[in-house]
Each structure stands twice: as structure tokens, then as C-alpha cells.
Design a protein around this ligand. Structure first.
Ligand SMILES: [Zn+2]
Length: 515
């Protein structure tokens, strides 16, 4: 047999999390792993030396704001350089299809804090229409999720109320369209507009549609309105009522939810979650306002904020939410304050931090992003991160935000930080477990049958890295730093990273869910 590539002499960690690592060569024909074993006598167009290196399946990022960045620009390779070969679309339910241009434009404005500047047509009549922008233009694969924001906007615009029967029917139809296009998950951001206005009936109804296609439910839960515990309980309610596997985005294991996780175990609830394992989040300041003032289209929301009564009611609320005021400015439309803390920016402007935060939302037309450090003490954070890293229901996902001036370091570092810090240095997880949480586990959970493992017949998405040097280099001060120690990354059998350097190849495809 003639192979296109043989990766030789490496140690295989196969992504199942069960098997021990073992020495073997990997033979690739076209876009498929064709052989795993001793291939020193076989012929290949090119041999890749992996002596002393780990060969693993490509990593899968189930929550990442990368679909625009993947099309080009500074951050196009931020995930690939860490070994991420498949990235899911529509994190937090954000999406722009199928929407008429005006609504798509408004949704883009709303979500721009997570996507930066981009030159897109924002005119996609169908899910397929949107997905057609990727093949031939992306270094990694994308895998669609149903974008609940677009589903709801299409049916009822920015209305901040429960759906009528008729509107719900329209939402079911759009949800079905995405599932037919191969979406493996119904994805929601229940703190964000317009999804925050969905009631339990809407969530259960749409989840039943998703479940009928074998898809799962994933949500950024309602932290802001009902609080974290109740939001977890609501998610379990959805799992039970709709009989659907559920997944909670960007979470952590601490005392507040430890007993809920015990209940999940006891009652056999089909629930997983993901974490990026840094003690800070990233979102827009808009989310810190009282929820009633976040409702409506961006233009409606901004007009409402001009009301002095709204400002007066918001300031004490913000003061409470902002704690130490150590949030870092990641993006403002004007370019002001980048990399400064909220406190520093406020001092510079002669305002209180809450005044600056409120006024900034208006002045930047809602286009602003901040790093939000956890307000708990650092020693407590470390305990929480360590508990999270070892939890059997936890998988790794970056929640990376790109194309903004000062992003969160997770976007360039999440996957390799897990290998370096929680694996090699702290020895909290074995290499087999670590790889499983980044490949086999997300693939199984989100229904990617031919990815996430090294085995004959599966898709040739592969990473070769040095276990002694693999590391994140992105920091809070310098977040845009590519990963170290990742030597080769192949996507669909094509090298995108070769000897540590980008090849410029764009072999990424749209992967589709199959039962
Ligand atoms: Zn989120």
C-alpha cells in the first residue's frame, strides 16, 4: 500500500481515554487514517518524524467564537497552533442565518463584542447558504450548531416576551433546517439577547426537535436572571422533559454546584460541561446591566440607556456586580482604554468605575468587551480550577474570542495550558485523560463519529507535539502569543502546521452530524 504520509516513530495517545499510549506509526491515505502499526517497510510520499513526540487526534473545541476568525486575519491559526482541528459554530447560540439582512446586521452589532470587525455579507437565506462560506477558506473544520439567537429573531425579532404558539412553530421550522444541515447541537446563550427571553416551554419544545435528530442541548445558562444554581436545575429540567442529553458551557466545579453534580451522578442525568480553566471570563459590559435594560435591538437598548432614570437605577447595580473593578478592557469601538483595568480607565476619566462602565456602553454603541476576573480569592480559584480539571464530566473548550485588540489568553492558550499546567506540571490528569477531554470526549458527546480518535478508517485530523515542551505562551498582558511545542497538525490529511510552521493550507470542511 502506498501512503500519502506516514507519521513514524511517535507514541500514540488514541483519544479514547482508556487505552494506554503505545508506540506505532500512522499511515494516511487521502483524508483517512489508513493504518496504525509498524509501517517502516511501507511506502509513503512523505514521512513525518515523530520520534520522542506524542501523536494524538486533533482537538475539538465545542465552544469558541472563531468562525469568523477562521476565514482570515490575525487569529486564523490561534486554535490550529494548539492542535485544534475542529471548531463548533454558534457558541452561546450566536448566528446570522437564516435572517433577512436587517436582522442579521442587528445581530452582528449585538454580538460584535465577541467577533470584532469583519467584512461579511450578512445575507444568508438558509443554513446551507451560511455554511457554504467555509470550504476552501478555513484551516480547521467547522461543525454547525443550531444558533438559537437566529432561530428566535427569525420568528419574532427582538421581542422580550415568551413566544406565541405560531412563533414557536416558526422556531421549530428553523431549528429543523439547521438540524437537516448537519447541526449536532441546539446551542443557547440564555443571558444574551434575544435568547434570554425564551421560557422553559420554548426550550423544551425546541429541545424535543433537536432530540428527534439525535442532537444535544448546550447552553450558557441564566446566571444573570435566576442565578447559577437555579440555572443548572433548569438545564436538568430540560434534560428530563425533552429527553435530551444536556451540556453546560464554560463552567467550573466549586461548592455552589458540587451537590448538583452529586445529584446528576446519583440520578444518572445525562449532563456534561466544559471549562477553559482560567480564573476569569470575557464578555461585554452590557451583560452587567439589569436584564430589563438589556432587552430589545441594539438601537432600542442604547436609546433606553439615554434615559437618566435608567442610569440612576443601573449605577448601584453595576457597583455591586463589578467588585474589585479589575476588569480588563479588551475591545472598544473607539480603541480607548485597551489593556487598562476598569479602575484605571475610570481614574483617567475622573469618574467612578460604575459611571465609566455605564457611559462606555453608550459611547461605544454597545461594542465593548472586557476580561472579567473571578471575584473570589486566588487560593480559592486554584482549588476550583483543580477540582474542575479532574471532573469526569468536564471537557476542555476555549470560549476563545478573536479579532479584538486585547483578547482573553484562553483563545491562544486553553488547550496547551491544559497539557502543560494541569498535565505535565501539576500531574492532576494523565496524558490519556487530558487528550480524551480534548478529543474523544467532545467527539462522542457532540456526535462526531469519525473524529476524536486515532483508528483505521477515521478522519485524518492529527497532532504531533512534544510532551516536554508543549505550552501556552499567551498571558493576561500579552494574550496574542501562539502555542509552543506543537510540531505538526494535519486536517483532513493535509498539513496545516509542518515542523512548527504554518503551511498556508486551508483544508477545513463543514462536518455534519449523522445518527
Ligand atoms: Zn457564554
Amino acid at each position: 500500500m502506498q501512503f500519502d504520509y506516514i507519521i513514524e516513530g511517535g507514541t500514540i495517545v488514541d483519544g479514547t481515554g482508556r487505552a494506554k499510549s503505545f508506540p506505532a506509526d500512522v499511515g494516511i491515505v487521502g483524508d483517512i487514517i489508513s493504518a496504525v502499526g509498524k509501517l517502516d517497510a511501507a511506502e509513503a510520499n512523505q514521512r513525518i518524524d515523530a520520534l520522542g513526540k506524542i501523536v494524538s487526534p486533533g482537538f475539538i473545541d465545542v465552544h469558541v467564537h472563531s468562525e469568523v476568525a477562521l476565514l482570515g486575519g490575525r487569529d486564523q491559526l490561534a486554535g490550529i497552533q494548539q492542535g485544534v482541528t475542529t471548531q463548533l459554530t454558534a457558541p452561546d447560540g450566536f448566528g446570522w442565518a437564516p435572517l433577512p439582512p436587517k436582522l442579521a446586521q442587528e445581530m452582528w452589532h449585538y454580538a460584535q463584542f465577541g467577533y470584532g470587525e469583519a467584512d461579511l455579507s450578512l445575507n444568508w437565506n438558509s443554513a446551507e447558504d451560511y455554511l457554504s462560506i467555509f470550504p476552501g477558506h478555513i484551516p480547521a473544520n467547522v461543525y454547525p450548531q443550531v444558533p438559537h439567537c437566529a432561530v428566535r429573531l427569525q420568528a419574532m425579532g427582538w421581542a422580550a416576551r415568551p413566544a406565541t404558539d405560531e412563533e414557536l412553530k416558526a422556531m421549530e421550522k428553523t431549528t429543523r433546517e439547521w438540524l437537516e444541515a448537519g447541526a449536532g447541537c441546539l446551542c443557547l446563550g440564555l443571558d444574551y439577547q434575544p435568547s434570554a427571553n425564551a421560557d422553559l416551554r420554548e426550550l423544551v419544545t425546541l429541545s424535543k426537535v433537536a432530540a428527534s435528530y439525535g442532537a444535544i442541548y448546550a447552553a450558557h445558562v441564566r446566571y444573570q436572571t435566576i442565578g447559577r444554581r437555579k440555572a443548572w436545575e433548569e438545564t436538568i429540567e430540560i434534560a428530563q422533559q425533552a429527553e435530551i442529553p444536556v451540556h453546560i458551557s464554560h463552567e467550573r466545579v466549586d461548592d455552589e454546584i458540587a451537590d448538583i453534580l452529586d445529584r446528576v451522578e446519583r440520578e444518572g442525568i445525562d449532563l456534561t460541561f466544559e471549562s477553559y480553566l482560567y480564573p476569569a471570563g470575557m464578555t461585554h459590559m452590557v451583560l452587567m446591566l439589569p436584564m430589563e435594560f438589556q432587552a430589545g435591538s441594539p438601537a432600542e437598548m442604547l436609546a433606553n440607556l439615554e434615559n437618566p432614570m435608567v442610569r440612576e437605577k443601573s449605577l448601584p447595580y453595576l457597583r455591586e456586580k463589578l467588585g474589585r473593578c479589575d476588569q480588563i478592557v479588551g475591545y472598544t469601538r473607539s480603541g480607548r482604554f485597551i489593556g487598562m483595568t476598569l479602575k484605571e480607565a475610570a481614574e483617567q476619566e475622573g469618574k467612578s468605575p460604575e459611571e465609566l462602565a455605564f457611559d462606555l456602553v453608550i459611547e461605544e454603541e454597545g461594542i465593548e468587551t472586557f476580561v472579567f476576573p473571578w471575584q473570589t480569592p486566588p487560593q480559592e480559584n486554584e482549588v476550583t480550577l483543580n477540582r474542575t480539571a479532574v471532573h469526569p464530566r468536564m471537557m476542555i473548550a476555549s470560549d476563545g474570542v478573536y479579532n479584538i485588540p486585547h483578547p482573553h489568553p484562553r483563545g491562544y492558550g486553553c488547550f496547551v495550558q491544559f497539557l502543560r499546567h494541569f498535565g505535565r506540571e501539576q500531574r492532576l490528569v494523565s496524558l490519556q485523560e487530558a487528550i480524551y477531554k480534548m478529543s474523544g470526549f467532545p467527539a462522542e458527546r457532540f456526535g462526531l463519529k469519525d473524529r476524536g480518535r486515532i483508528a483505521e478508517g477515521l478522519g485524518a485530523d492529527l497532532v504531533v507535539f512534544n510532551p516536554e515542551t508543549v505550552a501556552d505562551r499567551s498571558t493576561w498582558q500579552e494574550p496574542v502569543q501562539p502555542a509552543a511545542g506543537v510540531d505538526w497538525v494535519l486536517v483532513n490529511g493535509v498539513p496545516v502546521i509542518e515542523g512548527g510552521n504554518p503551511t498556508g493550507q486551508l483544508p477545513g470542511r463543514v462536518l455534519r452530524h449523522s445518527l
